[in-house]
Design a binder for this molecule. Structure first.
Ligand code: HEM
Length: 424
């Protein structure tokens, strides 16, 4: 496909573009320019079209027959055919195979079902805030934003508490695989060709090894967790292969952990930046859900996912050919002023539609864990308001990545407002 118009002013593959968070001015410029924006071929990929407006992100997300997750890789760089199958979990597959896999776990993530996790989540929230308060602060990411989501998803997957730290570490390295400083190929004793590993990261092989050992333990003594459910499940009379289980496990741990952590990290920064919105919700807890939603929109923890075009089509005024790559920038669509009134304002009174695309633009792959993530955020906020916590923070360190809008460290100090002086 021939390139049209001048290339974008910066290379959107470069993690430095996202070093300070979402590049709002750049995305606004791309959204205002008619058609899709072309990033020409580069080492490791054949070039891609950037989809920056919400309506088009929704259009792509809801048409997997035209915009496939399976035919090409859903991250920005290309991988060879033989690697696609080895690395695939449900997020990399199209219906109907995707549908069969998703059905194995979807009932555990319905809005009604996740309410059953509320008490356990609240206990985790209390324990983490207790630790933070004892010291009067610390690293919000290490003490609060990282342990809550990994704790919750590990509980669901039947992973013992003692292993949570190890899985956080591996999950961190998966993201590092998308940055400009990858781990050495033999980290964690890895001997697998990096091409065959998700995120090209040796940490993915360590996570698969963990999944194998976890499966072996649960085959001996199954529990009432999701991993045991997956090991017992059959698709067309066949159990998941060890590789399929490991890919499933890795997806759940990564997807349930890194993203929610990022939203919780941004939450602490939003609390200081937008005190009026937070104050309004502290006074009226009916607004907790709206606040959680605005935090997710505003932080857009996943910057993009990519699709491959399967047949000639037209999108946003640009003609696309089979094989073309389109990158859906959720982090841009969530600030599209054609969809959101004053998108850079942080508001808890936004109408329920249009919904932001931080959990995806809808359709088959819409975030499986959206209700769980929302509940985790609501419980954290509610407990913070109950305690009257006031946060102040120092300079955040951003994750070096073109894929996630993550925060690596956030030093905070914490106090209770004068009418909440009791000890935790
Ligand atoms: C604020 C937190 C979260 C954000 C921003 C987020 C974002 C996303 C996005 C953008 C997608 C891709 C959607 C698409 O392609 O249409 C996705 C898919 C997914 N998410 Fe989340 N996610 C979050 C939390 C979670 C949690 C807590 C889980 C727990 C299990 C989870 C599990 C998944 C899974 C399994 C998929 C793949 C679904 C599929 O392919 O059918 N996510 N998420």
């Amino acid at each position: 496909m021939a390139a049209e118009g001048p290339p974008p002013p910066v290379d959107l593959r470069d993690p430095a573009v996202f070093a300070q968070g979402i590049p709002h001015d750049l995305f606004a410029e791309l959204r205002a320019t008619p058609g899709l924006h072309w990033s020409p071929q580069h080492d490791g990929d054949r070039g891609f079209w950037s989809v920056t407006r919400l309506a088009e992100v929704v259009e792509v997300s809801r048409d997997p027959a035209t915009y496939s997750s399976e035919v090409g890789h859903i991250q920005m760089y290309d991988i060879e055919e033989d690697c696609l199958a080895a690395r695939a979990s449900m997020i990399d597959l199209d219906p109907p195979v995707h549908t069969r896999l998703r059905r194995l776990v979807s009932s555990a993530f319905t809005p009604r079902h996740v309410q059953g996790y509320r008490e356990a989540i609240r206990r985790r929230v209390r324990a983490t805030l207790d630790r933070l308060e004892v010291d009067g602060g610390g690293d919000w990411v290490d003490l609060v934003a990282a342990p809550i989501p990994i704790g919750v998803i590990c509980d669901l997957m039947g992973v013992p508490e003692a292993d949570h730290g190890y899985l956080i570490e591996l999950s961190d390295h998966l993201v590092a695989g998308t940055s400009s400083e990858p781990l050495p190929a033999d980290a964690y004793g890895n001997t697998t060709d990096l091409r065959l590993l998700p995120f090209n990261s040796p940490a993915a092989s360590a996570m698969s090894a963990y999944a194998d050992a976890h499966a072996a333990r649960l085959r001996e003594r199954p529990g009432d967790d999701l991993s045991s459910q997956l090991l017992a499940a059959e698709i067309d009379g066949e159990a998941l292969s060890p590789e399929e289980f490991a890919n499933f496990f890795r997806l759940m741990i990564f997807a349930g952990n890194e993203t929610t952590r990022s939203a919780m990290s941004h939450l602490a920064m939003h609390a200081r930046a937008f005190p009026d919105a937070f104050g309004a919700v502290a006074a009226d807890r009916e607004l907790l859900g709206a606040l959680a939603e605005e935090i997710v929109r505003y932080s857009s923890p996943i910057l993009y996912f990519r699709r491959t075009v399967t047949r000639a089509t037209e999108l946003g005024g640009t003609t696309l050919a089979a094989g073309d790559k389109v990158v859906m920038w959720y982090a841009s669509a969530n600030f599209d002023d054609a969809a959101f009134d004053a998108p850079l304002e942080f508001r808890v009174d936004r109408p329920p539609t249009p919904i932001h695309s931080a959990f995806g633009g809808g359709g088959a792959h819409f975030c499986l864990g959206a209700s769980l993530a929302r509940l985790e955020l609501v419980e954290l906020l509610d407990e913070m308001f109950d305690r009257g916590l006031e946060l102040d923070h120092g300079t955040p360190t951003h994750v070096d990545s073109n894929f996630v809008n993550g925060i690596e460290h956030l030093p905070v100090t914490v106090t209770r407002s004068s009418d909440h002086r009791s000890t935790p």
